[in-house]
Every structure is written in structure tokens, then in C-alpha cells.
Design a protein around this ligand. Structure first.
Ligand code: ADP
Ligand code: GLC
Length: 479
């Protein structure tokens, strides 16, 4: 039995802004059959406190970055959780990272230093009688864990720390003057620890202090070492390259199961697709059309290439294609998309966050679009594969690793599952739409793409085994 303390800022089904929450929520069940016992530590945001109900106190802090705090333990629907209750940091309206006006919380550095400190504290001392063998942190919000482990384990053994990078774009920086304030040892404000261009970087602390670093696809692990994708951390990662591995994300194949999905109509290709497509068209007020109905479900940010899509869209619409999109985020992108929908009967846009509608979109679409500038893994193309909704993606990160491009060679061998676009420009996306429409116009070829897509393994089995092997490796190293 290996005991894992997983530490993250979001986790399904308690709080979610993106794929991080899905991964953190799905891994424990995937690891259980391999003899891993995972407890997941997350902040006690109001939504979390509401969902956990009664819980046992396992650790108390008289003072944690400005107020008292405690760690509560409970099991919700079989999911073992530890919740950091710290009202002065987490009991407020707004999101996990942003206030109600859409700005970063001014005390984010402290809020996630507190999460990391609580994680390190449990790593060093256990929670009640439970002592983790490995601490596994996710993204910068858990990046300071090795610093606190260093401080807390001066006289005793230190558990290994596995750090997973879901997105290198966020560094969690703070001014160097704040070492004392963040309970960091000022002597370690140095390039081999957490100093980054004169500042404190929680992400760098995690990268430098980790026993092993994982990221969410093989290609992203390679991209991270380049100046184009490393976002300024490529030098740090070059130093840690020997300990960096890519382990691709899976999806929860029970939640995303076209045979049992309560949101959709009976699903059997090709007729199930037709019924769900008709329902989706009517929900979005789209007319019948000859081209592919393309869907997109996403945060709206620069990363996701929505501006490139808008520029390339005429190439799809001119060929009888349609777009139904669900997303929220950048207000300027939201406004542009709504504007585009107003002027075009073949474009439907819903601004908001809606899990049920996401299922109906993936079930009803012919193709799922993921035109990202960079994409560490991406989950919606995996949902698309499972539902026979052909992925149309840019060639980057996990999109490169999980889709097989319909090249002449792949079509001849009947292994293609989607369309990949490169380079990542509006022009290449427009050309990709021409290819997509040509493939869609050949029902036999399209049917084989759908069937190949649905045969792809998109669950967690292989990747959970890779995590298990990594945990085994780091624990045997420590002993
Ligand atoms: P990221 O984590 O970068 O946002 P991923 O593809 O890994 O990208 O994960 C995004 C997750 O969030 C998916 O589960 C996707 O379905 C979901 N999602 C994103 N936007 C919305 C939305 N507006 N409504 C419902 N689900 C959404
Ligand atoms: C990040 C990435 C996304 C990835 C997700 C889960 O949010 O942007 O590509 O799928 O984390 O690992």
C-alpha cells in the first residue's frame, strides 16, 4: 500500500475552473486498484464547505498566514478528502483565483502558501494517524511544498515530492521582500531554489524542489524545454530534465459514457449521432446544413486560439459547416463571439459554464474544435473521441499525442481519428476546415474516422499505472 497526499487548488466534484479539477478528481479512483490510497487536500472555499457537511478535525493551526485554520477530513461518495478551512483566506464570494470583478485575489500568494504549508505539514507530521509516503502537488498553488518540507523536516525524514505541471503559464510570483511574510527562508531566495529573476516563484520552488516532475503529455514535456512553450521556465526545466516525464491525462469514462449519458439520446452510431445532432441544432436555433456541425467547449482565453478560430471560420461556413460554441472567460472574446453569432445564422454561441450542455454539445457535434496556441493535454478532444465526435485540433501538446491526423497514410491504414492543423495560424486552421469538409463529404471515410475515434483508449488505466510506477520509484529512492 502506497499512501499519497495529493494537494491542489481545485477538484471535481467540489470546485472546478478547468481540466486540473477533472484530473485531481479522477486520479484517486484510478490509482486505487494498484494499491494506492490517495487523500486529496483542497482549500475550504464556500462551495467546498457546503458540500462536505460534517467532518473530523485532524490538524489545527493557531495562526496560518493571518488567522486560525484547521484541516478537516471526510469521505464524500467514496472520495477521501482533506479540506483546509481558513476563513480569512477562503471564505469569500467569487472564484478560487479571481474576485467578483474578475481580478486576481490580492492575497493569492498567501492563500496558496497556506495550502502548500498545510500540505507540507501533513507530509511531515501526518493527519491523525495517517502518514503519506508521497506528497503530490499540482501547479504553482502547491509549488511551495518542498520549501516548507525543507523547513519542517530539518530533524527527520522528508517524504518525496512529485510535482505535476498542468500549465506552465502561471508562475505564482511574489516580490522578494515577502519571504518572511510567506514563511520562506530568505537564505533560499537563490537560483537553485525559488528565486526567479529577483522574485519569489512558487512554480520554480516546485520545479527545483520536486523529486520527480510530471506534465500532462509527452509532447508538452518536450515543448516545455523550448523558449516557445517554456514561458520563461525552460532554463529551470533544462536543469531538471532528467526528472521530467510526460504522463498523458485520461478522462472519467463513466461520466463521459455515450451509452449511459443521461444528458443525451440513445447513442449508437450513426443514428444516435443524428438524433443528438438534430436536438443540438434545435437547441442552438441552427438550420439544417450539408457541412459538419462543429462544436467547441472551452475557457475563452488567449491559450485556446479562439481569435484564430474567428478569423478562420469563413472557410468552414462557406462550405456549409456550422459552429455551436459554449465558453466563458475573456470579456473581449465573449463580445466578439456573440457579435459573430448575431450576424450569422450558422453560428450559435452560449456564454457561460454549463456541464450538461457540454455533454449535449459533444454528443451532437460532428467535430469538436480545439484550436489552441498551446495545450498541455486538453480534455475535450478526448470526450470527442469517446463520442465519435471527430477532433479538429492544432498540433501541440496533448492534442498532438491523442489524435491521429487523417493524412493519406493514416487513412490508407484506417487508423486516423481526426484532423491536426499546423502551423498554429488562422490560415492553417482555414486550410484545415477545407480538409475537414472534404472528409465529411465522404460518408464512408467519415464513418471510419468516427469508429476509429471511439476505439481509442481514453481512460486512466495506462496513465494511472505510470503514476504508480513513479510513486514506487520515488519511495524506494527515499528508503
Ligand atoms: P483547461 O484546463 O485548459 O481549461 P481542458 O481541456 O484540460 O482545458 O479542461 C477543460 C475542462 O473544463 C473540460 O472538462 C471542459 O469540458 C470544461 N469546460 C470548459 N469550459 C466549459 C464551459 N463553459 N462549460 C462547461 N464545461 C466547460
Ligand atoms: C491545464 C491545461 C490543459 C490540461 C489540464 C489538466 O488546465 O491547460 O491542457 O488538460 O490542465 O491537466
Amino acid at each position: 500500500m502506497t499512501r499519497i497526499l495529493s494537494v491542489a487548488s481545485e477538484c471535481v466534484p467540489f470546485v472546478k475552473t478547468g481540466g486540473l479539477a477533472d484530473v485531481v478528481g479522477a486520479l484517486p479512483a484510478a490509482l486505487a486498484p494498484m494499491g494506492c490510497e490517495v487523500k486529496t487536500l483542497i482549500p475550504g472555499y464556500p462551495a467546498v464547505m457546503e458540500k462536505i457537511g460534517k467532518a473530523k478535525t485532524v490538524t489545527t493551526f493557531d495562526e496560518l498566514f493571518g488567522g486560525p485554520a484547521r484541516v478537516l477530513e471526510t469521505v464524500v461518495d467514496g472520495f477521501s478528502m482533506l479540506v483546509l478551512e481558513a476563513a480569512h483566506l477562503f471564505d469569500r464570494a467569487g472564484g478560487p483565483y479571481l474576485d467578483e470583478g474578475g481580478q486576481d485575489w490580492i492575497d493569492n500568494a498567501k492563500r496558496f502558501a497556506a495550502l502548500s504549508y498545510a500540505g507540507a505539514y501533513i507530509g511531515a507530521n501526518g493527519a491523525a494517524a495517517w502518514m503519506p509516503d508521497v506528497v503530490h502537488g499540482h501547479d504553482w498553488q502547491a509549488g511551495l511544498i518542498p520549501e516548507y518540507l525543507h523547513n519542517l523536516c530539518q530533524d527527520g525524514p522528508k517524504p518525496p515530492f512529485v510535482f505535476t505541471v498542468h500549465n506552465i503559464a502561471f508562475h505564482g510570483n511574489a516580490p522578494r521582500e515577502r519571504c518572511a511574510d510567506l514563511w520562506l527562508d530568505p537564505w533560499r531566495l537563490a537560483t537553485e531554489h525559488f528565486e526567479y529573476w529577483g522574485q519569489i516563484s512558487a512554480l520554480k520552488a516546485g520545479l527545483m524542489g520536486a523529486t520527480k516532475i510530471t506534465t500532462v503529455s509527452q509532447t508538452y514535456a518536450e515543448e516545455l524545454l523550448t523558449s516557445e512553450f517554456g514561458m520563461g521556465m525552460e532554463g529551470v526545466l533544462a536543469v531538471r530534465q532528467a526528472d521530467l516525464v510526460g504522463i498523458v491525462n485520461g478522462i472519467d469514462t463513466d461520466v463521459w459514457n455515450p451509452q449511459t449519458d443521461p444528458e443525451i439520446q440513445t447513442y449508437k452510431l450513426p443514428n444516435g449521432k443524428k438524433a443528438n445532432k438534430a436536438a443540438l441544432r434545435s437547441e442552438f436555433g441552427l438550420p439544417d446544413a450539408d457541412g459538419p456541425l462543429c462544436v467547441l467547449v472551452s475557457r475563452l482565453s488567449g491559450q485556446k486560439g479562439i481569435d484564430l478560430l474567428i478569423e478562420a471560420l469563413p472557410a468552414l461556413l462557406e462550405r456549409g459547416g456550422q459552429l455551436a460554441l459554449l465558453g466563458s472567460g475573456d470579456p473581449a472574446l465573449e463580445a466578439k463571439l456573440l457579435d459573430m453569432a448575431t450576424g450569422n445564422p450558422n453560428v450559435g454561441v452560449r456564454i457561460g459554464y454549463d456541464e450538461a450542455l457540454a455533454h449535449r454539445l459533444i454528443a451532437g457535434g460532428d467535430a469538436i474544435l480545439v484550436p489552441s496556441r498551446f495545450e498541455p493535454c486538453g480534455l475535450t478532444q478526448l470526450y470527442g473521441l469517446r463520442y465519435g465526435t471527430v477532433p479538429f485540433v492544432t498540433l501541440t501538446g496533448g492534442l498532438a499525442d491523442t489524435v491521429i491526423n487523417a493524412s493519406p497514410a493514416a487513412l490508407a491504414r484506417n487508423v486516423a481519428t481526426g484532423v491536426q492543423v499546423f502551423p498554429i495560424t488562422a490560415g492553417a486552421i482555414a486550410n484545415g476546415f477545407v480538409r475537414l469538409c472534404t472528409l465529411f463529404a465522404q460518408p464512408k471515410v467519415w464513418g471510419s474516422l468516427q469508429r476509429n475515434a471511439m476505439r481509442q483508449p481514453v481512460g486512466w488505466e495506462t496513465s494511472a499505472a505510470a503514476f504508480h510506477a513513479l510513486y514506487t520509484q520515488v519511495t524506494s529512492k527515499a528508503n
